[in-house]
Every structure is written in structure tokens, then in C-alpha cells.
Design a protein around this ligand. Structure first.
Ligand code: NAG
Length: 224
């Protein structure tokens, strides 16, 4: 075979492969499930499923774990979002978030939402938050996301109550810090689910605010 013949053959192969890749990606775009041709998948042709995890987690959670994802607000512009077991509890779209501390309570056994509330920590009444935290029932998961300013009205009692839910950073939470947290009523240890960024001019991502935080994970279901 001549060089030109080899080139022509290569071009043909290239065209075939490109067409095949194009058709494949087109099919997988339009359909959730694709069935590979028998000659490609072998004798027991299997369906390839586009696996979508709950709350868009990077990895699916094992059985008896709840999937969650919490994003703090971005500066004072975009509100926070909370997802639990693929259900968006709080978000700007749901129009149930606000500046300050956004808190959702979830039954630790069933995973059902008990309540969600936003507490203004800049000009609001901190007594409302203290009352809310004191009345959290046993075996309840507590999801928290900051927006704009979670710290101005913080007092000793609030910090103590938040620490008793397993928070490590509630003690130092201040003006315009970013904070995302998942804890539980009467948690014996510190929660592994927490992120914190201090508002500091040298490290702030936005003018006047640190970067927004994202926290995702699998929290074990409370079993009796
Ligand atoms: C959580 O769910 C369990 C099981 O259904 C129930 O017994 C318990 O009372 C619930 N807790 C709250 C605070 O609703």
C-alpha cells in the first residue's frame, strides 16, 4: 500500500470513530439510559445508567445515611441553599432564606423536616434564637447556613447553645463570617460537618465578605 492509501485508510477510520462518538454522546444527551450494542457490551449487555446522587453529592451515601448539602450565602447578594435527602429545604428560589442565620431542623430518625427559620443577627432580637435553640427536640439534626452577617448579635448564651450542638466555631463567630454547619441535639462530640471562614480584609474573596462555603456529606440515620 502507498503512503496516500494509508492516509486515506486512516482518514476513513477517523471519520467512522468521530461519527460513532458523536452519535453516542447525542444519544446519551437525549436519553437517561443507553443500551450499548451487543457487540460492544459483550453477551450480557447491560444498561448504563446515568447515576444522579441525592442533592448532587459527589458520591452516593450508603444505606442508613442521609445525604445533605449546605451552601452559605455569597456576600450580601445570593442567599444560602440547603438540601436534605434530595429535597431543597431552604433557598433563594423558595424565598425562605434571609440575612443572618438560616436554620433547619430535621428528625434524625425519619429525615423529615420539622421546621426552618431565619434569624436576623444584625438588627434582630437574639432572644428569639435562644428560645428556638433551647426548644430543639431530642434526636434532631440541625442545619445552619450563614448569609451576610451571622455574628453581630451573637451572645454568650447563643454560642454555648450552638456549641452544644457540636459546633467548633460558634465560639468565635463574628461580623460577616461565613459559616455552614450540621449538628445534632446533645451531640457528645464535635460535629465533623462544619466549615468556617473569618471575615478578614486580607483574605476576603468579595469586598467586605469572605468566600461562600459549601458543605456536603452523609450523616448517619439515628437508629434505635
Ligand atoms: C421523629 O420520628 C420518630 C419516628 O417516627 C418519632 O418517634 C419522633 O417523635 C420524631 N421526633 C420529632 C421531634 O418529631
Amino acid at each position: 500500500m502507498r503512503v496516500s492509501g494509508v492516509l486515506r485508510l486512516l482518514a476513513l477510520i477517523f471519520a467512522l470513530v468521530a461519527t460513532w462518538i458523536f452519535i453516542r454522546s447525542y444519544i446519551s444527551l437525549t436519553m437517561k439510559t443507553i443500551r450499548l450494542p451487543r457487540w460492544l457490551a459483550g453477551s450480557d449487555s447491560k444498561e448504563i445508567k446515568a447515576v444522579k446522587t441525592k442533592c448532587g453529592l459527589s458520591k452516593p451515601c450508603p444505606d442508613n445515611f442521609f445525604a445533605f448539602k449546605i451552601s452559605s450565602g455569597a456576600a450580601n447578594v445570593v442567599g444560602p441553599t440547603m438540601c436534605f435527602e434530595n429535597f431543597v429545604i431552604m433557598s433563594p428560589v423558595k424565598n425562605n432564606v434571609g440575612r443572618g442565620l438560616n436554620i433547619a431542623l430535621v428528625n434524625g430518625t425519619t429525615g423529615t423536616l420539622l421546621t426552618q427559620k431565619c434569624f436576623d443577627m444584625y438588627s434582630g432580637d437574639v432572644k428569639l434564637l435562644v428560645k428556638f435553640l433551647k426548644e430543639i427536640p431530642e434526636d434532631t439534626l440541625v442545619l445552619v447556613a450563614s448569609y451576610d452577617d451571622p455574628g453581630t448579635k451573637m451572645n454568650k448564651e447563643t454560642r454555648k447553645l450552638l456549641s452544644s450542638l457540636g459546633s467548633s466555631y460558634a465560639e468565635q463567630l463574628g461580623f460577616r463570617d461565613s459559616w455552614v454547619f450540621l449538628g445534632a441535639k446533645n451531640l457528645k462530640d464535635k460535629s465533623p460537618f462544619e466549615q468556617f471562614l473569618k471575615n478578614h480584609p486580607d483574605t476576603n474573596k468579595y469586598e467586605g465578605w469572605p468566600e461562600l462555603l459549601e458543605l456536603e456529606g452523609c450523616v448517619p440515620r439515628k437508629v434505635f
